[in-house]
Ligand binder design. Structure first.
Ligand SMILES: NC(=O)c1ccc[n+]([C@@H]2O[C@H](COP(=O)([O-])OP(=O)(O)OC[C@H]3O[C@@H](n4cnc5c(N)ncnc54)[C@H](O)[C@@H]3O)[C@@H](O)[C@H]2O)c1
Ligand SMILES: [Zn+2]
Length: 238
């Protein structure tokens, strides 16, 4: 199907659709709703300032789903491909840790990690475990200074960490094959990544895996419509 060898740099941009088959709701699907709240009204700094308890309750609901989920065949395929010696980097918008739990070693979280909480005052981070989840009914407090903690994720309207972003751009600029999988490609700046990679390397091969067409579909080499947990293993014959 495509030519690649151990010197080919393969990069994967994954989004919420990648983890959907693991039972983790996407933001834009019907089952993404919690108590009739729109996620775009909860994953914001102003929502946290207004009602931190409700925001933490929503994260508690999401973390509980994530901790009880398992990697699906799409996650496992990427890990297997890497184990075969291919140079593969994953740039994920997902805050879950399913790529890592599948065995992938080179994963960058552009939007943070839900398993961590971060102190709003001193920046101390700590793991947000199932035990903590059961104990804490309102807002986790910092072990270091006692201030309020927030989920260590990037909310709508917030900037991405500049070092992480630069690392992604460096990787995109050396990429030979790019997979864009399970993302609606509307959340910036990640939505711009395929365009940047193609500008830098016009001969890049871009494969999109999605249930539907997206704003990047007209620039990709091939769009593979269908569920990524089925199409990606087939693509690699795994
Ligand atoms: N698992 C997670 O960590 C998680 C879950 C929900 C939202 N988010 C956050 O929400 C933001 C939303 O952006 P996004 O683009 O990642 O997600 P999104 O919800 O905007 O879009 C999901 C995309 O996946 C596609 N899709 C759904 N199921 C699929 C499947 N089985 N196979 C292939 N494609 C499928 C949909 O057609 C859609 O284009 C991200 O910033 C992310 O941080 C993360
Ligand atoms: Zn602190």
């Amino acid at each position: 199907m495509i030519d690649y060898n151990k010197s080919t740099k393969i990069t994967v941009i994954s989004g919420a659709g990648f983890s959907k088959a693991s039972g983790i709701p996407t933001f834009r699907g019907k089952n993404g709703l919690w108590k009739n709240y729109d996620p775009s009204e909860l994953a914001t700094p102003s929502a946290f300032a207004r009602d931190p308890i409700v925001v933490w309750q929503w994260y508690k609901w999401r973390l509980n789903i994530i901790l009880n989920a398992d990697p699906n065949p799409a996650h496992l395929t990427l890990a297997k491909v890497e184990q075969q010696g291919l140079d593969i980097a994953i740039l994920t918008q997902n805050v879950d840790d399913l790529h890592e739990r599948a065995g992938s070693q080179n994963v960058t979280h552009l939007h943070g990690e839900i398993r961590q909480a971060r102190c709003v005052s001193c920046g101390e981070k700590f793991s947000w475990t199932l035990d903590l989840l059961n104990i804490i009914n309102d807002i986790p407090k910092c072990n270091n200074c006692g201030s309020v903690c927030r989920p260590d994720v990037v909310w709508f309207g917030e900037c991405l960490d500049s070092n992480i972003l630069q690392g992604c751009i460096d990787r995109l600029f050396m990429t030979d094959i790019l997979f864009v999988a399970g993302t609606s490609a509307v959340v910036y700046p990640v939505a711009e990544f395929p365009f940047l990679a193609q500008l830098q390397n016009p001969s890049i091969k871009i494969f999109e895996f999605n249930l539907d067409y997206t704003p990047i579909s007209n620039i990709v080499t091939e769009i593979i419509l269908g569920s990524v947990e089925k199409t990606l293993p087939k693509f690699f014959s795994i």
